[in-house]
Write a protein that binds this ligand. Structure first.
Ligand code: HEM
Length: 265
């Protein structure tokens, strides 16, 4: 009898210790090593840390980026290709067919002030995860679930902080839409698209570790994520407050300011 109980416990232990299907289908996570390029984008850094993008963060070409966005987050073809094309705009070479994670650091193309987890370019480092900046954001994500309301409040808080403390602060109305889109994109990848909500623990894990939150029970969306999903969540967030005029600055180069996480949708 004792043997049966013990073997049942052992068997159960072995079964539950096996990695889930999600874990097995995603290459192992490693933090970046010396010389690896990383960006202000937690979504792409995560894919590089899992080896779905080249771990060195360099030479990101269309096929590899589109495939990584599908495998990692189940983004559909149109969304993945659109995001790749936005990334391309940061490579200064004419007619470039690739970009690196470091290209994304260039201030004023996609990268902007008042990020949720990065300091402003004015401070000298606009790309590394910054725990004190992220703590400010996270303070406004009250409750166990992020909602369009708390996402909008966290954005306003970051914009006010940058406006007050960054003498070079630049943030116009189209940056605002882009920035709502950045909250929309992590919600689309990690949370509930229809409601525009996401579990705070999962979101914090993703930002802080730049790792797919499989260990917390996260699974990529069952249905491919589309541009319209991003637009839907962006609208939910934007509808909470709209742009707050006092937080905006005069227009930057309009060709460089795009909507929806850089997508001109
Ligand atoms: C080819 C695809 C992508 C490109 C080129 C890209 C590029 C960028 C860039 C340049 C930024 C910096 C903006 C800033 O200054 O705050 C950024 C921010 C961000 N990205 Fe991406 N991204 C891509 C895909 C993704 C994906 C798939 C996710 C989520 C799963 C994601 C989530 C975010 C978030 C949440 C931010 C805001 C970070 C913050 O405010 O601190 N991105 N992205």
């Amino acid at each position: 009898m004792k043997f049966i109980i013990l073997s049942t416990i052992l068997a159960f232990g072995l079964v539950s210790a096996r990695p889930s299907f999600e874990e097995r289908s995603i290459p192992a996570w490693h933090p970046p090593t010396r010389g690896d390029l990383r960006s202000p984008c937690p979504g792409l850094n995560t894919l590089a840390n899992h080896g779905l993008l080249p771990r060195d963060g360099n030479n990101l070409r269309r096929a590899v980026v589109v495939d990584a966005l599908k495998t990692g987050y189940n983004f559909d073809d149109a969304l993945a290709n659109g995001l790749f094309e936005t990334g391309l705009t940061t490579n200064p070479e004419p007619n470039a067919t690739w970009f690196s994670l470091e290209h994304l650091n260039t201030h004023g193309i996609i990268e902007h002030d008042a990020s949720l987890s990065r300091a402003d370019a004015y401070t000298g480092n606009n790309h590394a995860f910054n725990p004190s900046i992220f703590a400010q954001t996270s303070k406004y994500w009250t409750g166990a679930t992020l909602t369009p309301t708390t996402m909008a409040y966290a954005r306003i808080a970051r914009e006010l902080d940058s406006k007050v403390f960054n003498p070079e602060y630049a943030f116009d109305a189209s940056r605002e839409i882009q920035a709502w889109g950045e909250s929309a994109i992590f919600t689309a990848a990690l949370g509930n698209i229809q409601e525009g909500t996401a579990d705070k623990n999962i979101v914090e894990y993703f930002f802080k570790k730049e790792r797919l939150p499989v260990a917390l029970g996260w699974k990529k969306q069952a249905v491919p994520v589309q541009n319209s999903d991003l637009a839907h969540i962006t609208n939910l967030i934007g509808n909470v407050t709209g742009s707050v005029p006092v937080l905006l600055t005069p227009s930057e180069n309009p060709l460089r300011s795009r909507g929806l996480h850089g997508l001109g949708v």
